[in-house]
Design a protein around this ligand. Structure first.
Ligand code: HEC
Ligand code: HEC
Length: 405
């Protein structure tokens, strides 16, 4: 670290320390005195070692592979998204860092064998590649894991917009990541905890959580802060550097332009998508135009989706319209993971849609399912286009990786 960096670090620690021990004037005075001494003979390192933040960091660093100054989680959207009123969530770096540790911590499940990351794996766009996920004690979830890295930015995608809200889970039953996380932590098929036990497990691991909470929350370890931190981490996730984004940005969001970074096939596939899919999935693949729908997967659904929550028969088989980024990483597809490949997804929209009683109007012509009846070439074009949504930077970004040593 250069000299300026060291001075900055020392000043920041001093300031933190002041806040931390505001009432203890004696200690504060002592620290000031030592700092003064240290600055005279330029041995800042000595003053640093008596800082409780630094001491706590040293403890945490035995277990965690994290920098002492939190990583920057700021998201910088390409201009075309901002120009179309999409803005990333603002994230607090210390809170997101704490959230990252919680996300990867298996101690937060009953049997200490499962973490959020077990079912939301970085190299799979934060899905898990399985039809159903493995929870504690060999239990399986009843739905396909959702790729958390498949939105343009998690916070922006779900954030409260004036026109409508998109909620969480395949049936939209949670209204915030905090609420969703409480759901995952306490679901008997996932982590099987209660929130008191979650808090207790965090406290049992003060060795590394002490420093993280000191940096992130003045009021320390409690349920709200735990959930908030996870939310901050998840909200910072996103994929906005795909070929699709580059093309859109170069063309100021004009979706029907020929994108020069696309192959001929990808450009043809783009037109099929813009003509037939954006009424639900939206043209920027940034926020679905319709939050939930039935897309005619089957005549009867074993899982009623939204209908199981509302008990309205018109909600049976109605599920989240998912975000389509990073599809190459997040197979298998649909709420039940019933479709294994993108080729089969395209076949579904080409010839497979069935006349379910709740089939959404956007997939009907008259009162019949709308089959696109694509040629072999058109199907390949559409698949090629769907892969332009891939942005694998999220899959290798160190800020989202497992922080445990
Ligand atoms: C046992 C596997 C499993 C674990 C552990 C797990 N999840 Fe999930 N997650 C899923 C599945 C499956 C879904 C879809 C469930 C549904 O829709 O009912 C999901 C959905 C979600 C969603 C909703 C995404 C969306 O776009 O609607 C979020 C956010 C999420 N999980 C975050 C987390 C966090 C944070 C944790 C840890 C606190 C966690 N998950 C733990 C399997 C898991
Ligand atoms: C009526 C709105 C609607 C239209 C139009 C629509 N979809 Fe979908 N799409 C959905 C819904 C709803 C789901 C999830 C259904 C489920 O899981 O039961 C889905 C799921 C998908 C998935 C799976 C994503 C995942 O992560 O599991 C892909 C891929 C997809 N659609 C692509 C397309 C393409 C390509 C088109 C155009 C040919 C299209 N969709 C048109 C509503 C729609």
């Amino acid at each position: 670290m250069n000299y300026l960096g060291k001075v900055f670090l020392a000043a920041r620690r001093f300031f933190n320390y002041k806040l931390y021990e505001m009432k203890n004037f004696n200690l504060l005075f002592l620290l000031g005195f030592i700092l003064l001494l240290a600055s005279c003979d330029k041995k800042e390192e000595e003053s640093i070692t008596i800082n409780p933040y630094h001491d706590a960091y040293e403890e945490a660093a035995k277990v965690l592979n994290l920098p002492e100054i939190a990583n920057d989680y700021t998201v910088h959207f390409p201009a075309y998204l901002n120009n179309n009123s999409f803005f990333p969530a603002s994230v607090n770096n210390s809170k997101a860092t704490l959230g990252r540790v919680l996300f990867y911590d298996k101690n937060l499940s009953k049997t200490k064998e499962v973490s959020c990351a077990s079912c939301h794996q970085q190299d799979k766009g934060f899905a898990d590649g399985k039809q159903f996920s493995d929870g504690v004690s060999g239990r399986k979830t009843t739905r396909n894991s959702i790729g958390l890295g498949s939105t343009v930015n998690f916070g922006a995608y779900y954030g409260t917009a004036s026109f409508f809200n998109i909620n969480f889970f395949w049936d939209d039953r949670a209204t915030s990541v905090a609420e969703q996380s409480r759901g995952s932590l306490t679901n008997s098929k996932e982590m099987d905890m209660d929130m008191d036990l979650v808090e207790q497990r965090v406290k049992e691991n003060e060795k590394y959580y002490k420093w993280l909470f000191m940096e992130a929350y003045a009021d320390g370890i409690n349920e709200d802060n735990i959930l908030d931190a996870i939310q901050q981490f998840v909200n910072s996730m996103g994929s906005y550097q795909s070929e699709f984004d580059k093309g859109m940005n170069a063309n100021n969001g004009q979706e029907y332009n020929q994108f020069s970074n696309f192959s001929t096939s990808e450009n043809r596939g783009k037109k099929i998508f813009m003509d037939n899919c954006t009424s639900c999935h939206s043209k920027f693949a940034a926020r679905s135009s319709v939050p939930m729908a039935n897309n005619g997967l089957a005549m009867t659904y074993a899982d009623k989706g939204k209908g199981a929550l509302t008990n309205n028969s018109y909600d049976d088989g109605v599920f989240k319209v998912p975000s389509l980024r990073n599809l190459s990483l997040t197979a298998p597809y649909m709420h039940d993971g019933s479709i294994a490949t993108l080729e089969e997804v395209v076949e579904h929209y080409s010839t497979g849609i069935v006349k379910h009683k709740n089939l959404h109007n956007n997939l009907k012509s008259g009162d019949q399912p709308k089959h696109l009846n694509l040629s072999a070439e058109q199907k390949a074009d559409l698949v090629n286009f769907l892969r332009t949504f891939d942005d694998e930077t999220i899959a290798s970004d160190e800020r989202y990786s497992d922080p445990f040593k």
